[in-house]
Design a protein around this ligand. Structure first.
Ligand code: EPZ
Length: 419
C-alpha cells in the first residue's frame, strides 16, 4: 500500500490542468451497453474507477480498448447480464449498468452496492422507477434482479435528488416504449453530459440539466464519439488548495459555470478569482475569512467539495460552520484533521470550525475519496511532513495527484509502506 508524503508550507504557483470527469465518465461508459455499435470516449481520466468500470463492461460482453485517455467500447452482444459482487463492491457506481442492461437485454442481475464510508446510500429510488416502467424487480442473495421484455415510458418523480438514479433511468428510458418524464431530476453537469452522448446516439432527450427531463423512447441507438467533460470536483479541489496555500494558480480546462457556487465561497473567504473561457485563476488571501457552507444538489455547493473546503476553514480568522445535507456520515475527515491541530466540533450534520493559526503535520489515514483529498490539502499547509496512508482512496478520483501538485511547487511524493 502506498502513502503520500507532503512537506507543508509552500504556496501553489503556476498552472494545473484538469482531467476528464470521473462522475461523467462512469455513466458514459455504461451507455455503451445500449447499442451494438462502437462508442468512443476521449478525455477519459486515468483512474482506478474507470478501470473497474472497464472490467465490468468486459465481463458483460463489451469489447473494449482502453488506451491512455481514450476508450472504444462495442457491445455487439450482451454475453452476461450479471454484475458480480467482487466488482460492484469496489465501485458502487457499477449500479449504472442496471438501467442499460434491462433496456437492452430485458434483464439484469446486479450485486447490491451496499453502503460505504459516507453513508448507507440505498438504491430504492432507482428500483422504484424501474418498477414504474414495468420492470419486475426482486432482491435475492444480496443481488437485485430486474427484468422486463420492453420497458414502457412513465412519469417518475424522485423523492430526493439522485444523480446516478437520474442517469440510470435516463438510459433505461432511451430505449423504452413511449415517453418518460423524470421530475425532481438531478441537474448535475454529468447528467447533461450523459444526455448529450445519448442524443448523439439517436436518443430523444430534452431538459437535461434542469429538474424535469423528457425522454421519448426509440427502437435502437447507434454508436457515437464523445469528449468527457472536465472534472469540476478535481478543479474545485485544486482551486481550494490554491486559496489556502496563499498561492496563485491558473486552473485549466474547467467550466466556470460548473464551479459557480465554489467561486462565490472562495470570494467570501477573501480569495481573488479571475474567470476566462475555460479556466480560472485563484489567488489566495493573506488572511482567510470565516464563512458558512451548506451542501446541496447542483447548482448548490457540492457535497464532494465539503471536506476540502473544511480544511481551508480550519485556518480562517474566526468561526465557520459546514452543514452536510446529502450524506449522513460524510465527516470521516474530521478526526484526522483534529489530529493535525484543527478545532472542529460535530453537532449532528453540522461541524463548527474554530480557526487556528497552523495545522501540525501528523501521520493520518484516508477513509474515502474526498476525505483523502482534504488530508492532502491539510498536508500542503501543515508545518512539517505529513504522511497520508491508504492513498488508494485518492487514486480512485484524482489522476496523478502528486505530479500535478509537484508541478505547482508542492513538495510531495509517493512512498511504499513497508508494513
Ligand atoms: C453521485 O453519487 C456521485 N457519484 C457522488 O460522488 C456524489 O457525492 C453524489 O452523486 C451527490 O452529488 C457518481 O456520480 C458516480 P445520490 P450517487 O444518488 O448518485 C439518497 C464522489 O466523491 N438516495 O445523488 O450515489 C442517498 O442516500 C462521489 O465522486 C436514496 O435515498 O448519490 C443520498 O443521501 C461520492 N435512494 C442522496 O440520495 C436512492 O435510491 C443523494 O445520493 C438514491 C439516493
Amino acid at each position: 500500500m502506498d502513502k503520500i508524503v507532503i512537506e507543508g508550507g509552500r504556496p501553489l504557483k503556476g498552472k494545473i490542468k484538469i482531467g476528464g470527469s470521473k462522475n461523467a465518465a462512469l455513466p458514459l461508459m455504461a451507455a455503451s451497453l445500449l447499442t451494438s455499435d462502437k462508442v468512443i470516449l476521449t478525455n477519459l481520466p486515468k483512474l482506478c474507477d474507470v478501470k473497474t468500470m472497464d472490467s465490468l463492461l468486459e465481463v458483460l460482453g463489451v469489447q473494449t480498448t482502453l488506451l491512455m485517455n481514450r476508450i472504444s467500447m462495442q457491445a455487439k452482444k450482451i454475453k452476461r447480464f450479471e454484475a458480480p459482487y467482487e466488482l460492484v463492491r469496489k465501485m458502487r457506481a457499477s449500479i449504472l449498468v442496471l438501467g442499460p442492461l434491462v433496456a437492452r437485454n430485458g434483464k439484469a442481475r446486479v450485486s447490491l452496492p451496499g453502503g460505504c464510508a459516507i453513508g448507507a446510500r440505498p438504491i430504492n429510488l432507482h428500483l422504484k422507477a424501474l418498477e414504474d416502467m414495468g420492470a419486475k424487480v426482486k432482491l435475492a442473495e444480496g443481488y437485485v434482479e430486474a427484468s422486463c421484455s420492453r420497458l414502457k415510458g412513465a412519469r417518475i418523480v424522485f423523492d430526493v435528488v439522485t444523480v446516478t438514479g437520474t442517469e440510470n433511468i435516463m438510459m433505461a428510458a432511451a430505449l423504452a416504449k413511449g415517453q418518460t418524464i423524470i421530475e425532481n431530476a438531478a441537474r448535475e453537469p454529468e447528467v447533461l453530459d450523459l444526455a448529450n452522448l445519448l442524443n448523439k446516439m439517436g436518443a430523444q432527450i430534452s431538459g437535461a440539466g434542469t429538474a424535469v427531463i423528457t425522454i421519448n423512447g426509440v427502437e435502437k441507438l447507434h454508436g457515437a464519439t464523445h469528449r468527457v467533460i472536465a472534472d469540476r470536483i478535481e478543479a474545485g479541489t485544486y482551486m481550494i488548495a490554491a486559496a489556502m496555500t496563499r498561492g496563485d494558480v491558473m486552473i485549466e480546462d474547467v467550466e466556470t459555470e460548473y464551479v459557480a457556487a465554489l467561486i462565490q465561497k472562495l470570494k467570501d473567504i477573501g480569495a481573488t478569482i479571475e474567470t476566462y473561457a475555460n479556466k480560472v485563476r485563484v489567488v489566495g488571501p493573506k488572511e482567510i475569512l470565516p464563512t458558512d457552507i451548506k451542501t446541496a444538489p447542483y447548482p448548490g455547493f457540492a457535497t464532494d467539495l465539503q471536506a476540502q473546503f473544511m480544511t481551508l476553514l480550519t485556518l480562517a480568522n474566526g468561526t465557520s460552520t459546514i452543514t452536510e445535507t446529502i450524506f449522513e456520515n460524510r465527516f470521516m475527515h474530521v478526526p484526522e484533521l483534529v489530529r493535525m491541530g484543527a478545532d472542529l466540533q460535530v453537532e449532528g450534520n453540522t461541524v463548527i470550525i474554530r480557526g487556528v493559526d497552523k495545522l501540525q503535520s501528523a501521520p493520518v489515514m484516508a477513509s474515502d475519496l474526498r476525505a483523502s483529498a482534504s488530508l492532502v490539502l491539510a498536508g500542503l499547509v501543515a508545518r512539517g511532513v505529513t504522511d497520508i496512508h491508504r492513498v488508494y482512496h485518492i487514486d480512485r478520483g484524482y489522476e496523478s495527484v502528486e505530479r500535478k501538485l509537484r508541478k505547482a511547487g508542492a513538495r510531495v511524493k509517493r512512498a511504499k509502506v513497508k508494513y
